[in-house]
Ligand binder design. Structure first.
Ligand code: ZN
Length: 321
């Protein structure tokens, strides 16, 4: 069963850019639509289900959409609101749910091959822990989901993949289709929404509105660099300085140290210090015990301050020179 909404418009003889003649008003259109609906037929392509003649049913509800808010009929705002409801809510607006019911491993088939039952759902085809009877949906929706699920087990409906789409009542298409000549495109809508959000944000922060000629760069990322991961890299980049014995330096405090590692954090766990210093766990603990590497404790966790790592490297460099 297909439940279908269409907005139908009359145009002039030369297409969407031309207005229709005066005598072609909405009364004429409302009389023409039922005639067209009755006469349209489509023969489905041949499949395991056979060939079917598809046609519109008896139920037809035609309402004019009028731009004048006081006129008799639907206002354009009401139609926009109605479409928006379907656009944002999807199938759950009709009382069903917004996620799949089928097992992710076997996609609802209940078995992985002809012989082997699915190990995840144990042959039910349902997502583990899910029961169709326990779904929080109306009885009406549950019956449609159940029908979809049961039909999905039949080999002749295999191609329809009804079980993975049972939560959508078997429908797996887009909720709307549009004609470019008649409609706003989704791209237009997204642009308008982005523009509105940006204006709102600028207003909030007291910034002047953007004019159309401005190109706004939203983000700029730059690689700032990393520290040395191995002691040998650090050594190569910063060869040990000879102790500077110039009078100025001596007065200022003696021996120069090599530039510190670039640290983004102040404290490291032992396993991180191992990586930073290229040393094993036992050597790190030996250094801590012997007082060559300072450490602190926070609760039961032993941590190495970033400055202690710098100091240890500087100590090694002094010893090497
Ligand atoms: Zn399964």
């Amino acid at each position: 069963m297909v439940h279908f909404h269409a907005i139908i418009r009359l145009d002039g003889a030369d297409g969407p850019d031309q207005s229709p003649p005066d005598w072609a008003d909405h009364h004429l259109l409302a009389r023409a639509v039922p005639v067209a609906a009755r006469s349209v037929k489509l023969l489905s392509p041949a499949s395991e289900l056979g060939r079917w003649t598809l046609a519109w049913g008896e139920q037809l509800d035609i309402r004019p959409i009028l731009l004048d808010p006081c006129a008799e009929g639907l206002s354009e705002r009401a139609v926009a609101g109605y479409i928006a409801k379907y656009a944002t809510k999807g199938a759950e607006a009709s009382g069903t749910i917004d996620h799949r019911l089928s097992c992710s491993a076997c996609r609802g088939r209940g078995r992985m091959s002809l012989m082997a039952a699915c190990g995840l759902c144990h042959g039910t085809g349902l997502k583990p822990g899910l029961h169709l009877e326990a779904l929080p949906v109306s009885e009406h929706a549950r019956r449609m989901i159940r029908t979809c699920w049961d039909l999905g087990a039949r080999p002749e409906y295999r191609a329809l993949r009804l079980r993975p789409w049972a939560h959508m009542l078997g429908f797996r298409g887009h909720f709307s289709s549009k004609s470019r000549a008649y409609s706003l495109t989704l791209g237009d809508l997204r642009t308008a929404r982005a523009r509105h959000r940006s204006d709102q944000a600028r207003q909030q922060h007291g910034l002047p509105p953007l004019d159309d000629a401005t190109t706004l760069v939203l983000g700029h990322w730059r690689f700032a660099g990393i520290g040395y991961t191995r002691r040998s890299d650090h050594r190569r980049a910063h060869p040990p300085a000879r102790p500077d014995r110039s009078p100025d330096r001596r007065r200022a405090g003696g021996v120069m140290t090599a530039p510190a590692l670039i640290h983004s954090r102040r404290l490291y766990r032992v396993c991180e210090a191992m990586r930073l210093l290229s040393l094993s766990r036992s050597v790190i603990y030996e250094l801590i015990r012997s007082g060559r590497l300072r450490s602190v404790t926070q609760g039961r966790t032993r941590l190495i301050p970033a400055s202690a790592i710098d100091d240890y490297i500087a100590l090694l460099e002094r010893e090497a020179s």
